[in-house]
Design a protein around this ligand. Structure first.
Ligand SMILES: Cc1cc2nc3c(=O)[nH]c(=O)nc-3n(C[C@H](O)[C@H](O)[C@H](O)COP(=O)(O)OP(=O)(O)OC[C@H]3O[C@@H](n4cnc5c(N)ncnc54)[C@H](O)[C@@H]3O)c2cc1C
Length: 386
């Protein structure tokens, strides 16, 4: 399959960014150490936990089984969208007013990320939600839902505009932003590595209260934070039934018409999405709902059927035929009620994940709640499942 390397492994096109491809890496752990807190998993959420702990002056060790953001955090669509995966009007109806608190917390998270990483990494482009996808007739129910969302956002003083343009009809959300997700995570890790001990290629092979065991040493600590979204139930089988892993897939194209997508664009209820980088390449994902049964899997490799569907989605977003040069997938966690999970799993051990496909901002928000729970004993907000 095009975009799969000689070893048969897929590779996210985000890694073509010179800052990402030039990443020299962090050491792996070799020997024992002690810390006040050990964070397991250095995706966007684990790194946010490390940052929060550092800001409190705590002594932190962070480990990742692979490179920083080896999982979904470095392989996703790069959308920084306000709110949870469930659209705000629906979340308000299902969860109550706490859904609005989560929406506001995610917008604050964009500000905080931009302040830390700069506007070159966090681009404040806004986002477009389309009813349907470009070039296809809009679905009436999707159109109505866009309007219901716009009405709800307006009612709560969250910026929203009508979009009607070359891509179709929908709404524009000016507060949203976009990143290269791998670059975002590596930039964050670079900033944190000077003050926290961060290790790559250091999997936790056993977790018990106060002890994280890795292949070449153990971390002894007062608190363990497990910051893993997809496959969380494999690391912590006691969470089986509360989180369920799904695969999400993407591809990237050769450059298409410049400025075809003015900002990240998602359509068809958010199931299909694309962003365009400065070189004109499109990064396109979606289709999980079309192949739902097959995509409930812990495999993180792309499949021919979803990728074939994404070829057609890419052509729709591009408005022309496309040449695909990278294909990849990764695992994410889903919860039954759409609320992310942040819960004690043992004495001094908290796990968080299950962002339902939208963890770039919700993950860091949840990480802060996990730190508050573990360090201050503050109960998690209602918008999280505990
Ligand atoms: C194709 C795709 C597109 C997506 N698009 C978007 C989007 O546009 N916007 C958005 O908000 N969300 C999106 N998501 C969801 C988002 O990527 C995730 O919710 C988010 O990245 C989760 O980050 P995380 O840090 O919580 O977990 P993860 O990214 O799962 O990171 C966990 C880390 O833990 C490490 N790890 C796992 N096991 C161990 C172990 N035993 N020991 C040590 N380390 C371990 C992994 O190597 C990994 O680096 C998308 C996901 C995918 C797959």
């Amino acid at each position: 399959m095009i975009g799969i390397d000689a070893s048969g492994k897929s590779r996210p096109a985000w890694d073509d960014d010179p800052v990402v491809s030039g990443w020299t890496g962090l050491p792996s752990m070799d020997g024992h150490c002690t810390a006040e807190v050990c964070v397991v998993g250095l995706g966007g959420s684990g790194l946010a936990a490390v940052a929060e702990l550092q800001d409190r002056g705590l002594d932190v060790v962070g480990i990742d089984a692979g490179r920083v953001a080896a999982g979904a955090a470095g392989r996703n669509g790069g959308f920084l969208l306000g709110g949870p995966a469930t659209f705000l009007h629906t979340a308000l109806a299902e969860w109550g007013p706490c859904a609005l608190d989560l929406y506001r917390a995610t917008l604050a998270e964009i500000d905080s990320l931009e302040a830390r990483l700069g506007s070159e990494v966090v681009r404040r482009t806004g986002s477009i939600r389309l009813a349907g996808i470009p070039g296809a007739p809009a679905d009436a129910a999707d159109e109505q839902d866009c309007q219901a969302l716009a009405h709800c956002l307006g009612e709560h003083d969250i910026a929203v505009e009508t979009y009607a343009g070359a891509l179709g009809d929908g709404i524009f959300l000016p507060d949203d932003a976009v990143v290269n997700p791998a670059r975002r995570a590596l930039a964050m890790a670079s900033m944190l590595a000077g003050r926290a001990r961060l290790f790559e290629h250091t999997p936790a092979v056993a977790l018990e209260p106060g002890v994280v065991t890795t292949p070449r040493g153990v971390v002894r600590c007062g608190l363990i934070l497990v910051a893993v979204d997809g496959r969380l139930e494999r690391i912590l089988p006691q969470l089986d039934g509360r989180v369920r892993t799904a695969r999400l897939q993407m591809l990237a194209t050769a450059p298409v018409s410049a400025d075809r997508l003015p900002c990240p664009v998602y359509g068809r209820w958010g199931y299909d999405y694309a962003q365009q980088d400065a070189s004109g390449r499109l990064f396109v994902g979606g289709g999980r709902d079309r192949f739902a049964e097959d995509e409930w899997t812990q495999s993180g490799e792309p499949t021919a059927q979803v990728q074939k569907y994404l070829d057609s989605v890419a052509a729709s977003f591009a408005g022309q035929s496309v040449s695909v040069n990278a294909r990849w997938a990764a695992s994410v966690g889903f919860t039954t009620d759409g609320r992310p999970l942040c819960t004690h799993v043992d004495d001094g051990m908290i796990a968080f994940g299950g962002y339902n496909g939208t963890g770039n901002l919700v993950g860091p928000v949840t990480a802060r709640a996990a730190v508050a729970l573990g360090i201050d004993g503050i109960e998690v907000p209602q918008y999280l499942g505990s």
